[in-house]
Design a binder for this molecule. Structure first.
Ligand code: MN
Length: 273
């Protein structure tokens, strides 16, 4: 949907007394990462010098255009970890952007008739405060919480493609039934989305954006345009080159994640829809 190029729903993962997540320093290029938690707490460190705690209901957006490295470790406060990891592909004009990090706590906005709440963490919905988080293409990211038996029509930008990533409950998106972990997709065109809930409450993340203009090659943690770019970036990471910088303060046993070997084929751009 739009520049959203990766969506991973995880948890709830319970690790009493242990570490639910420990991801040593690894590189990214050509993207922004969005960490959005429902439960738990993650300690983030990156080679832009940012050290931040990621908490539920707070958006953390890391920009790694030219190149960045980061580590993510759940804290002792996080015996349960539960959330989504999202990637945004950067357009040609800004895919070489410098490292940056944005943090924002969106308001919890009630919907009419007690149907539920929305939290607009990226972009805007009509009649609500826009998120100040900086994006490079028109984008939407919203946590939607709905009560049992709710029937909601959300006004949306008709030029956007949309996706509803379901965490809990069994909503119907424009009449199509979805379950936990499903991503329901609606092509650009409609200016409203209908979401109906069943007997259980629904928690989901609504994503949207204008159709992305470029074909992208995604491999490991890199968002590129060609196979050869991926090869070059992989070699720079393996060589410890300056493109990705250094993550200070990560305490794990392994100082960095080595890149996997390239597959024995040429990577092709993902087809535009
Ligand atoms: Mn990462």
């Amino acid at each position: 949907m739009g520049a959203w190029c990766f969506a991973d729903h995880y948890g709830p993962v319970s690790m009493p007394g242990g570490t639910a997540m420990d991801v040593p320093p690894h590189p990214h290029t050509g993207l922004q990462t969005v960490t959005w938690l429902f439960e738990g707490e993650i300690e983030h460190r990156d080679s832009g010098g940012v050290h931040a705690l990621v908490r539920p209901g707070e958006v953390n957006l890391m920009t790694g255009g030219h190149g960045i490295a980061h580590s993510e470790v759940s804290t002792p406060n996080a015996e349960v970890l539960h959330g989504v990891q999202l990637w945004v592909a950067l357009p040609d004009a800004s895919r070489d952007a410098p490292r940056a990090f944005d943090h924002h706590v969106p308001a919890v906005v009630p919907l009419a008739g007690g149907a539920g709440t929305v939290r607009v963490f990226i972009g805007s919905l009509p009649g609500m405060d826009a998120s100040p988080v900086r994006t490079h293409t028109p984008l939407l990211g919203v946590q939607v919480d709905l009560a049992p038996g709710a029937s909601v029509r959300l006004a949306v930008d008709a030029s956007f493609e949309h996706g509803l990533l379901v965490d809990a409950g069994t909503p119907q998106l424009n009449g199509t039934p979805l379950a936990s972990g499903d991503l329901g997709v609606v092509d650009a065109g409609p200016d409203t989305l209908s979401i109906e809930t069943g007997d259980e409450p629904v928690r989901a993340v609504l994503l949207g954006g204008t159709p992305f203009a470029s074909g992208i090659v995604m491999w490991w943690n890199f968002v590129a345009r060609t196979h050869d770019e991926v090869v070059d970036w992989r070699e720079e990471w393996e060589a410890g080159g300056e493109r990705f910088g250094e993550v200070i303060g990560y305490q794990g046993a392994v100082s960095r994640i080595p890149a996997p070997p390239m597959p024995p084929l040429r990577l092709l751009p993902r087809a535009n829809r």
